[in-house]
Design a protein around this ligand. Structure first.
Ligand code: GLN
Length: 307
């Protein structure tokens, strides 16, 4: 990748290609409030170590970050508990869908990794212990606002309520873990906090800005240490797209975390923090065009963790 001036035309071209794409995937509807979002939308934002942020498409339109929030709660939980967190959640890809319950039965209520729903519920439960949901959500918002250098980041209460009203599966995961002694707080309290963290709304620009600590941007170590950042990136690469993680690593070659709102945060260590958004999802619940757009960006720039 040459000078910065080379990058904007690449983003413009990818934006134009995505507008023409015939297969846009399917918008998630198991959270009814998300089903209203039009699948025609696309945005991409790329933040560079020098502080510049380039965009294409609707980069200032807010969307539900959903499971991308799991990266930030993991960073907070590791900051609070350190390696003790790993007694309650593993670090292996699950090879199953994001909301799967099956491994919990054979693996004693210990979720495979912090990015599937069961694992993210444990992470939220860990930071909730001894505190109120309001305090925890305040901390998540403060973390995001500081990371993004932007105070205009909020929770969409309608999305949180919509998920709460249809959250049987996450409640089942939480109850199952409680039965194994791997949940400290009442399942409804942990799930309620989790639904609200997932309902945080951000724009692609804000998300790419917030991801700068993961690319090792100057000054980022004050939020999360470099050693921890490397480990979070390793988990994003191996587990960030659930049963689509291998495919994402193969096609894109960068750590990434998806959400059912259609967002993806991807990190080119030392080079860029990338956010894309397109609400249509593929079979694994990851943004169809978001994946394609990052794949094209990685190919055009040569950005890859594999050299
Ligand atoms: N809040 C969503 C859920 O728990 C998050 C899932 C996702 O983004 N993959 O189902």
């Amino acid at each position: 990748m040459g000078a910065l001036s080379d990058l904007q035309p690449i983003l413009d071209r990818i934006g134009a290609e995505m507008a023409e794409a015939p297969d846009r995937g399917r918008v998630a509807d198991y959270i009814p409030e998300l089903a209203h979002v039009s699948d025609r939308q696309f945005a991409m934002a790329v933040c560079l170590p020098d502080g510049q942020c380039l965009t294409s498409g609707a980069a200032d339109t807010g969307f539900s970050i959903q499971s991308i929030s799991k990266v930030f709660t993991l960073a907070i939980a590791l900051g609070r508990l350190g390696d003790q967190l790993w007694t309650r959640v593993g670090r292996e890809p699950s090879g199953l869908s994001f909301n799967s319950v099956v491994q919990l039965e054979t693996e004693n209520g210990i979720p495979r990794n912090p990015f599937i729903n069961a694992g993210a519920l444990v992470v939220t439960d860990a930071i909730l212990t001894g505190r109120t949901p309001r305090e925890v959500l305040g901390e998540v918002l403060r973390f995001l606002r500081e990371a993004a250098s932007d105070d205009d980041i909020h929770i969409n209460k309608a999305v949180a309520a919509s998920e709460q009203a249809h959250g049987h599966r996450n409640l089942a995961l939480a109850h199952f873990m409680a039965a194994h002694g791997n949940l400290v707080n009442p399942p409804a309290l942990t799930c309620g906090t989790y639904f609200h963290q997932c309902a945080i709304e951000m724009t692609a620009r804000q998300l790419a800005m917030a991801g700068r600590f993961l690319m090792g941007a100057p000054g980022a170590a004050r939020l999360v240490s470099p050693a921890r950042v490397r480990r979070i990136n390793a988990l994003m690469l191996t587990c960030g797209h659930y049963d689509g993680s291998g495919e994402f690593a193969y096609r894109v070659g960068l750590p990434g975390k998806s959400g059912v709102g259609g967002g993806i945060l991807a990190i080119a260590p030392g080079r860029a923090s990338i956010a894309v958004w397109s609400p249509g999802l593929n079979e694994q619940g990851n943004s169809q065009l978001g994946t394609l757009a990052i794949e094209r960006l990685a190919r055009a720039t040569g950005w890859s963790v594999f050299g």
